[in-house]
Ligand binder design. Structure first.
Ligand SMILES: *[C@@H]1O[C@H](CO)[C@@H](O)[C@H](O)[C@H]1NC(C)=O
Ligand SMILES: *[C@@H]1O[C@H](CO)[C@@H](O)[C@H](O)[C@H]1NC(C)=O
Ligand SMILES: *[C@@H]1O[C@H](CO)[C@@H](O)[C@H](O)[C@H]1NC(C)=O
Ligand SMILES: *[C@@H]1O[C@H](CO)[C@@H](O)[C@H](O)[C@H]1NC(C)=O
Length: 212
């Protein structure tokens, strides 16, 4: 099986412009809460999905009823992004303490603005053997990151943030892509952290071959 990578930060748009919102934050938060509950219980049928749900796992069409959601996974840490403009969510699930089978799971969902039901889910499941996989390390570092709201006058535009996130993802295919890394900067890749807390921490430390 090819090595998969699960970037910690997938920006769907953190800075919704109220005039253009398609969905309420409350609707999206309810959807990510129900995803976490379904994953915890191993009960995909509790999710409240639309009849024609499209379900992908590892970017391939998969059976929703027998996929990762059918396995009861104890969630040690989770973080979700709620994009009211695209009516979409992204949830990171870290399950590290069950040493029998640790997982780090990323799930993107699109919600129907008209019916409020989950229209599609695309899940990337990472586990033993994937690039830098170490759920204990991911749990350690991810739970220490602070994701507080950025004061409004210091926010970049949605377009600027999306371009930065796209550049980071594109870098894995094309090493000539220029990513607008910040300074200082730290990357969490799998369970490995590139930073040491120093002002000189950098993110332009390279990308290995063969990761996607
Ligand atoms: C997800 O994280 C939130 C805190 O951000 C926590 O309150 C909630 O209990 C977590 N959910 C699960 C299923 O662990
Ligand atoms: C730990 O994970 C294994 C494999 O997924 C599962 O069978 C078992 O029920 C889990 N244990 C707990 C306490 O969740
Ligand atoms: C999910 O729905 C969105 C919005 O309709 C669409 O852009 C996206 O391509 C769909 N993804 C999948 C995996 O079906
Ligand atoms: C996984 O991460 C933990 C916490 O950072 C670390 O103590 C451990 O040595 C790592 N395991 C491996 C195999 O790298």
């Amino acid at each position: 099986m090819p090595t998969t990578m699960l970037p910690t930060i997938i920006v769907l748009g953190l800075f919704a412009c109220p005039g253009a919102a398609q969905c309420t934050r409350a609707l999206l938060t309810a959807a990510t809460d129900s995803l976490l509950a379904a994953q915890t219980d191993g009960a995909p049928d509790t999710l409240g999905t639309a009849a024609g749900l499209t379900y992908l796992e590892q970017f391939k069409p998969a059976d929703f009823t027998t996929g990762i959601l059918s396995i009861a996974v104890h969630v040690d840490f989770n973080r979700s992004l709620h994009d009211t403009m695209q009516c979409a969510t992204y949830t990171e699930i870290i399950a590290a303490r069950n040493t029998t089978h640790p997982y780090v799971i990323g799930a993107q969902m699109h919600i129907g603005a008209d019916d409020g039901q989950i229209a599609n889910i695309s899940t990337l499941v990472t586990d033993a053997g994937d690039w830098l996989f170490n759920a204990t390390g991911t749990l350690y570092w991810a739970s220490r990151e602070k994701w507080e709201p950025i004061p409004e006058d210091r926010r970049d535009s949605r377009a600027v943030i999306q371009a930065a996130a796209d550049a980071y993802a594109d870098l894995f295919d094309d090493k000539t892509v220029v990513v607008p890394w910040g300074s200082p900067c730290a990357r969490l890749e799998g369970g490995s952290y590139t930073g040491s807390g120093a002002a000189s921490d950098r993110c332009d430390v390279g990308i290995p071959d063969g990761i996607f």
